[in-house]
Write a protein that binds this ligand. Sequence first.
Ligand code: C2O
Ligand code: CU
Length: 466
Amino acid sequence: MLFSCRSSSRPSAESPRDAGPATPIAEFAGAYPADAPSSSAVKSYDLVAAETETALVDGTVMRVWAYNGTVPGPTLRVRLGETLRVRFTNRLPQPTTIHWHGVRVPNAMDGVPNATQPPIAPGETFVYEFAPKDAGTFWFHPHLRSSEQVERGLYGVLIVEDPKPLPYSHDVVWVLDDWLRDSRGQIVEEFNTMHDLMHDGRWGNAITVNSNTHERLVVSSGDRIRLRLLNSANGRVFKPDFSGIDAKVIAIDGMYLREPIEPKDLEIAPGNRVDLDVTFAATESKSVAIVDRFYASTPNHLADIWIDGIATPPPFFESPAHAHVPAWRGALVTAVDQEFRLNARRGGPLGIEWTINDHAFSAHEHDHPAAVTFTQGRFQHLRFTNESYRLHPIHLHGMFFRLLARNGSAVDEPFFRDTVLVHGKETIDIGLVPLDLGRWMMHCHILEHAEAGMMTMIGVVPPSGG
Ligand code: C2O
Ligand code: CU
């Protein structure tokens, strides 16, 4: 295997920092695996994307685009070791694809139109099939005209269960989103407006959890739940305040942490997932409000948790957050392998282009060669310099990374990510070891920014001479 101790300690002529026991590569060994566990079991789902009407937000009947008629779409579950097979049919008035955000899939299953597959035309069916390599909380959404298609309601959660799921009292999914609605309560059908493009994408006027402005979770005292959060909004960042409950973060972007941490100052950018391990010990019934404080001066109510004070002791088991996550303390002083400058300029089909190293990706009409190439199994130190004042949650397909620094100051987040929020004028450094071969997208997950060009392709190639 690529990451056995044997191969990782092998001296490398090309890059001396890949050799020796304290190298980033040696530290990485034992993090996440190169391959999926082998198994022959297949879990099959049928998924249909279509226009539909459904009671959403505050009970108003809204015209949406949905997977299997619901927003969020159905939560797909597969056990680690099983193969997921999704027979997908497009009944939308537009071509589409499905991208499995955060899942390390074979490149051909990644859902990137004209790069990993042709767009799926209206009326067509495409079968996605892959065996996940990591257990955790992932999601799926279109990768074509996504600023419109995701906004109209096309997204769902994919849960890859541990081989032996822990005995939580409940496993709860909260999908955070916002909607820009007109006076009749319908989706404003003007997408990629100049305002949205110039700012942080489309921010709505109704915030929902599971498409509900008044989401309420009822638990009993003594319950220990796993609460899985996803931000599926086009542009809005959430910073939920969990100080009213006993919650620990156990996973970010699907992957377990090195150790559980407090959910303090947690910014959940578009695309991010956060898994919480929550224990309710109250002896009297009470209700706790969960509030978003991304902008401290304008808090947003997200949901209520109603705790029923029936006292039973919570189930006891060790936190699952004990993954091997490299500290990569020495990595920050290594040479930067690749810098990405994020900026905007006038021009392009939408009037403004969002650029990575002065290039704007022209939507998905044709294939794009990889702008940058990484070698499989080799540590990469990347730097993102945000030359603009806007937010850019940068997402990489097909690989996880660890934040090394913000504005040059070392940060030891005890977890991997697939999406990191880069604030206005901020510089961040990340480290990663790509394991999965193929051409993978890197883009801003503010979908209007992506649509206006802030996307690129990264090639991961095998080491030459192996
Ligand atoms: Cu969720 Cu390419 O994105
Ligand atoms: Cu952006």
